[in-house]
Design a protein around this ligand. Sequence first.
Ligand code: AP5
Length: 209
Amino acid sequence: MRAILLGPPGAGKGTQAARLAKRFRVPHISTGDYLRRHVAEGTALGREAEPYIAQGVLVPDALVIQMTHERLQEPDAREGFVLDGFPRTRGQAEALAEFAAIDHVVHLFLDPADLIKRSTGRRVCPACDAVYHTFLNPPKEKGQCDDCGSALIQREDDREDVVRRRIEVYEVESEPITAFYEEQELLRDVYGSGLVVEVSERLLSSLES
Ligand code: AP5
């Protein structure tokens, strides 16, 4: 299972990537989560990436490609992985093709109004990266992670103005790479609306088609 989940902000990539990775016992590799961790830890990469993330624009290719390349060389990624949020530009897609073979590319899509509703209501666990939504996908205890009990937080780039910017950036810079994978006959379009389990079923069926 060497899979990529593409799609606009809030489409459900992180939610579905985590479920897919668990099912196939491979790591869930989210460039957004890794970058936010670097920012929280104040590393050189985090300091460089922070202003881009805060504005809702893409972190430069060279930084993200190197980070992902290094992560994919770790032993747990040898048997497979689910990539979430990478690649996001043609340059990233071409670089990835140089260092990893890909079996499946899933493009999750959703109506724009739903993207904004999902992103602005999102709450995340800063300790284990679990993702919730205040009313669409709430934790069992309000404000508390089901998996590790940590207090949930709102991402700074989930303010509505930044979410709108991220969607625009996606449409201009990332949406076109679906064509790159369509040419290779790897792309599957999956509608991201409905219950989390329903989207998972749709996604799994798409992998078999
Ligand atoms: P990143 O963290 O990758 O954010 P994103 O792509 O904008 O995607 P999101 O995390 O917003 O949404 P998602 O599709 O994962 O949805 P989720 O499952 O959380 O990137 C953040 C920033 O980092 C970028 O702006 C950029 O600056 C930088 N960056 C990252 N990667 C980069 C790269 N490769 N190159 C350059 N820069 C990069 O779901 C959303 C909400 O909906 C949640 O609350 C969830 O609980 C809920 N939900 C999900 N599914 C359902 C459902 N079926 N029903 C109801 N609710 C649902």
